[in-house]
Design a protein around this ligand. Structure first.
Ligand code: F6P
Length: 552
């Protein structure tokens, strides 16, 4: 019997295309990568896609031509392309919040028209970019002076989630392009230690705070911003008016920005059709723009746009985000892969996995479909990773010989950055490790190979590598602003494809609300003598112990 959901849509797992994939998975059994490569000398070449400066090698996946065809059939059956086009047109595809999803408009050229509710949003995007550019140039040139007339030398971005992870990741990634005499710091955690460490050696006269919050109601950000303001006024011995030279805001909420004491003149706007985790190429990227300059920032936007166009127009079989998304669907649906590792072989991309955690897990960590029905299939994986080669000496053991299948993305760059000097000689070693890991994961080492090395019989099993651990390799020329934009857009659209197939709303985040509400309820119970009535027994016991430890 075929099940339809409340909207009359055939459930994903009831679609003939899904069933065909399930049957195909059974037939494939444990067909391995050695076999697939041996049987097809062209496999590596055919399973490669070029997008701008990126090259995606997806040959080391547990797929045949048939698998890929069936995955494409599935994408067609659920109309991924239709939803994609609706997103680009500005339709309100964020159904639970009734919002358009238009991060792609943030990188649209000036002459394109994209309408939301009958209004072209592109002029607004460029007007904010122009204001950001003028401001960034002034700060970079030392022309933006603080209250006492000294030029700003440190920028502290206060934000959390999408208002922190994107700019922090990109600042780290593009450090070689940053104006090195400007220090940019990021404070996100409501743990006072974060702000303390950021401020302890700062000169308030030369410090600018960017309070970045889409809603301007986020507890962590407003708490940190309030303390930073008090610190500044206290250190300067100044009146509230000093705030004007030391605080700017990035938000969609003018009223709350004013209420905080920041003049809306010093606010850089964005819009509710930009999701927090899709926002670092909006004004949320102001700290980054100050660091790398408006020209580089726009190069990054061009990189985003290049992949947007590819995603919008390339046929599925050559469409990198489509392929990456569908491969993830394959492993989640038919291999029970619980996690996905992102392993950048670039120290500059150290924060990229953390950035992707929000992008992917806040988007696709859902268990109710877009029509309000519980899903009966696996949705978003746990995304994790750290830069190679560090991880190799920590958790790669499990990737190679553990009992979990962990599909991985290995990301590397052909050229090291120019300023490394003699240290650039280490680059081949870094990249040799990347290539070797993909090889080892895919092809492993058989018992015969181990024995041939003279390994004692009792150790042979321990020294074997099963192989067939799938990975994609993303190789690019160098980590430039444009390439970073390309990379981020690639993952944004990959996440989109998966959400579209799983029929979930990738653009809401209701799952973060309960914790926020409960924290507000718990906080008053931490005071001396406060009642813990209404707390569950476990929490009440913990609160009680906490209070005793705090001497309350
Ligand atoms: O709590 C989750 C979240 O809403 C994220 O989606 C968002 O990026 C983050 O909080 C920060 O929100 P804001 O920019 O409104 O402070």
């Amino acid at each position: 019997m075929t099940h339809t959901n409340a909207a009359g849509r055939t459930r994903l797992d009831q679609l003939p295309q899904w069933r065909a994939l399930a049957q195909h998975r059974d037939k494939l059994g444990d067909t391995g990568l050695r076999e697939l490569f041996d049987g097809d000398p062209e496999r590596a070449v055919r399973h490669g896609v070029e997008v701008g400066d990126l090259y995606l090698d997806y040959s080391k996946h547990l797929v045949t031509e048939e698998t890929l065809r069936l995955l494409r059939d599935l994408a067609e059956a659920v109309d991924v392309a239709g939803l994609r086009d609706a997103m680009f047109r500005g339709e309100k595809i964020n159904v639970t919040e009734g919002r358009a999803v238009l991060h792609t408009a943030l990188r649209a050229p000036r002459d394109v028209v994209i309408e939301v509710d009958g209004e072209d949003v592109v002029p607004g995007v460029h007007s904010v970019l122009d204001r950001m550019s003028a401001f960034a140039d002034a700060v970079r040139a030392g022309q933006w002076a603080g209250h006492t007339g000294l030029p700003i030398r440190t920028v502290v971005n206060i934000g959390i989630g999408g208002s922190d992870l994107g700019p922090a990741m990109a600042y780290e990634a593009l450090r070689p392009y940053a104006q090195r005499d400007l220090d940019v710091r990021f404070v996100s955690n409501v743990d006072g230690a974060d702000l303390h460490e950021a401020l302890r050696d700062l000169d308030p006269e030369r410090t600018l705070f960017i309070v970045a919050s889409k809603t301007f109601t986020t507890q962590e950000t407003l708490t940190n911003a309030r303390v930073a303001k008090a610190w500044l006024l206290d250190c300067l011995g100044a009146e509230e008016s000093a705030v004007a030279k030391h605080f700017v805001a990035v938000s969609t909420n003018t009223a709350e920005v004013s209420a905080f004491g920041i003049d809306p003149e010093h606010m850089f706007e964005f819009w509710d059709w930009v999701g927090g985790r899709y926002s670092y190429d909006s004004a949320i990227g102001l700290s980054l723009m100050i660091a790398i300059g408006p020209v580089r920032f726009r190069e990054m936007l061009d990189g985003f746009r290049l992949v947007d166009e590819h995603f919008r127009t390339a046929p599925v079989e050559h469409n990198a985000p489509m392929l990456m998304g569908l491969l993830g669907v394959w492993y989640r649906g038919f291999y029970d892969a619980q996690t996905h590792a992102v392993l950048p072989y670039s120290h500059y991309l150290a924060k990229f996995p953390a950035y992707l955690q929000q992008l992917d897990m806040e988007s696709n960590g859902k268990s109710v479909d877009r029509d309000g029905e519980p899903v009966r299939w696996q949705t978003g994986p746990v995304v994790w990773g750290t830069p190679g080669t560090n991880g190799q000496h920590a958790y790669y053991q499990l990737l190679h010989q553990g009992t979990s299948l962990v599909p991985a993305d290995l990301i590397g760059f052909a050229r090291p950055i120019g300023e490394l000097g003699v240290l650039a000689e280490q680059h081949d070693l870094l990249m040799a490790n990347l290539f070797a890991q993909g090889q080892a994961l895919a092809f492993g080492k058989t018992a015969d190979e181990v024995r041939a090395e003279g390994v004692p019989a009792e150790l042979v099993r321990h020294r074997c590598f099963e192989g067939d651990r799938p990975s994609s390799t993303l190789l690019a020329s160098e980590l430039s602003p444009s390439v970073l934009g390309q990379l981020v857009a690639l993952y944004e659209h990959k996440v989109f494809v998966q959400g579209a197939v799983w029929n979930i709303d990738s653009f809401d985040q209701w799952g973060v609300e309960l914790g926020k509400v409960l924290a507000k309820r718990v906080e008053p119970t931490l005071a001396a003598g406060a009642s813990t009535d209404g707390l569950d027994a476990s929490t009440a016991t913990l609160v009680d112990r906490y209070r005793r430890l705090r001497g309350r």
